[in-house]
Design a protein around this ligand. Structure first.
Ligand code: PGA
Length: 254
């Protein structure tokens, strides 16, 4: 099992550049005492990325984008390339979030293409997977995740996995206030871990697997205490400095 803890804030379509700057300034200060104890990143919208990189330079808070296109450049209105993200100093990129799968036609094949583009430009993918409520109730959670993992990570090497984070986010828990119980999340994380080990051998044991879906300061400790839960991908609770800081602190028992 990986025991590096990594917690990332997914700001989604929130925060203007001025608001993002203020939040980054606050986090730079509040998270400074945790340097060396936990990997932390924030993922603002494209228009705030350069500001976030600038404000957080030299701090222990990393910056990630929320999407990347698979082509180097070209006629893809509304998309962003790996070179563009790399140039401004972005380190991570979220790929295949369920909102992108649900509203923007993302598939395991496009996830796979975006992961390859990210790796080409030395960006670290945070690859999101997760089942819907219907799929969980239908008892097909594991087969859904197996398909997403094997499809999304097709042709990816064990060496590449050192730079890839998996975020398990049950769709029914995102933004709903409903969190998977720590035991339920652990059970699914153990399945994900087993699948990664089948695919990548020992390297699969080292992959950081985050939990996402209504993680907050009140439940981060008990979730992250679980053997196969190596951190979190945080939406709502990442939008305020005090809640994100408390969530991270509680998550690592600081
Ligand atoms: P949430 O979102 O924490 O607001 O549930 C998590 C996510 O979508 O990454």
């Amino acid at each position: 099992m990986a025991r590096k803890i990594f917690i990332a804030g997914n700001w989604k379509m929130n925060k203007t550049a001025a608001e993002a700057k203020a939040l980054c300034e606050a986090l730079k200060e509040s998270l400074a005492p945790l340097a060396g104890k936990v990997e932390v990143a924030v993922c603002p919208t494209f228009t705030s990325l350069a500001t976030a990189v600038e404000v957080l330079k030299g701090s222990n808070v990393k910056v990630g984008a929320q999407n990347i296109h698979w082509a180097d450049n070209g006629a893809f209105t509304g998309e962003i390339s790996g070179a563009m993200l790399q140039e401004i100093g972005v380190e991570y990129v979220i790929i295949g979030h369920s909102e992108r799968r649900q509203y923007f036609g993302e598939t395991d094949a496009t996830v796979n293409a975006r992961i390859k583009a990210a790796l080409k430009y030395a960006l670290k993918p945070i690859v999101c997977i997760g089942e819907t409520l219907e799929e969980r109730e239908g008892g097909i959670t594991n087969s859904v995740l197996d398909k997403q993992i094997r499809g999304g990570l097709a042709d990816i090497t064990a060496a590449d996995m050192a730079n890839i984070t998996i975020a398990y986010e049950p769709v029914w828990a995102i933004g709903t206030g409903k969190t998977a119980t720590p035991d339920m999340a652990q059970e699914t994380h153990a399945f994900i871990r087993k699948t990664l080990v089948e695919m990548f051998g020992e390297a699969g044991n080292e992959v950081v697997v985050q939990y996402g879906g209504s993680m907050k300061p009140e439940n981060s400790a008990e979730l992250i205490a679980k053997e196969d839960i190596d951190g979190g991908l945080i939406g709502g609770a990442a939008l305020k400095a005090d809640s994100f800081t408390a969530l991270v602190k509680n998550g690592i028992g600081a």
